[in-house]
Design a protein around this ligand. Structure first.
Ligand SMILES: [Ca+2]
Ligand SMILES: [Ca+2]
Length: 226
């Protein structure tokens, strides 16, 4: 009888030990919706936004220039922002609606104060019609560099973006329904002929620490290929 009791106590102790060893070191803290911030983005005509190497937003309307995309982001710093932006331009002629040269523009503001301005890097990968010649339109294309959206992509040789006024870009009413205060419209040096542009910047917040302790188990950085 005594032996049975000792054996039972042993099993109980082993069970408790395993349970103790399997519990997490500390209760994980998950991010909450209150940790997110609003991000307002506007592109003439289309954009794709990456943050810290992950795709986070795509303009749902490809050629309508005046829609605003407003989303919630979970900020993590340092924050590398990379944007692929496209003007509405025929890849073969650089024109829109036949022989019209359309102009472009991009602007964003995050609730943490991040805004577009001339400190961002910008590089064009599709220009045309060269010299503005719509009668005999020729274009220039460069392949997008691999991993242009990655945190460690080297954009140090790229030029800075150029700022444009609201009058030059001409946003419509919807734009004014959202907070873009302090943000500047940007593009390359040629807002009419450069049609596909990548913008990049990095936001540092020294001393910032996440309130949450969990990390994603999934990896969306290779989407849509994986
Ligand atoms: Ca254009
Ligand atoms: Ca346009």
């Amino acid at each position: 009888m005594k032996l049975v009791a000792i054996a039972a106590a042993g099993v109980l102790l082993a069970t408790l030990t395993i349970a103790y060893q399997q519990r997490p070191a500390q209760n994980p803290i998950k991010p909450a919706l209150t940790d997110t911030m609003k991000a307002n983005i506007y592109a003439d005509n289309w954009f794709m936004l990456y943050i810290n190497g992950k795709p986070v937003a795509v303009d749902p309307i490809d050629f309508l220039p005046h829609n605003v995309v407003s989303i919630d982001l979970l900020p993590e710093y340092p924050m590398t922002i990379a944007v692929l932006a496209k003007d509405n331009a025929d890849p073969k002629t650089g024109c829109e609606y036949g022989d019209h040269i359309g102009d472009a523009g991009f602007i964003l503001k995050f609730a943490d104060g991040t805004t577009t301005n001339a400190s961002w890097k910008a590089k064009s990968f599709f220009t045309g019609p060269l010299n503005g010649d719509t009668q005999n339109p020729r274009v220039s294309h460069l392949p997008l560099p691999a991993n242009w959206f990655a945190k460690d992509f080297d954009d140090s040789a790229w030029k800075n973006a150029k700022e444009y006024s609201e009058q030059e870009v001409g946003p419509k009413k919807t734009f004014y329904d959202f907070d873009f205060g302090g943000a500047k419209f940007i593009w390359t040096d040629d807002i009419a002929l450069d049609n596909t542009v990548i913008f990049r910047t990095k936001i540092d917040k020294p001393g910032w620490r996440a309130r949450w302790t969990t990390k994603p188990d999934l990896d969306v950085s290779k989407s849509p290929n994986e």
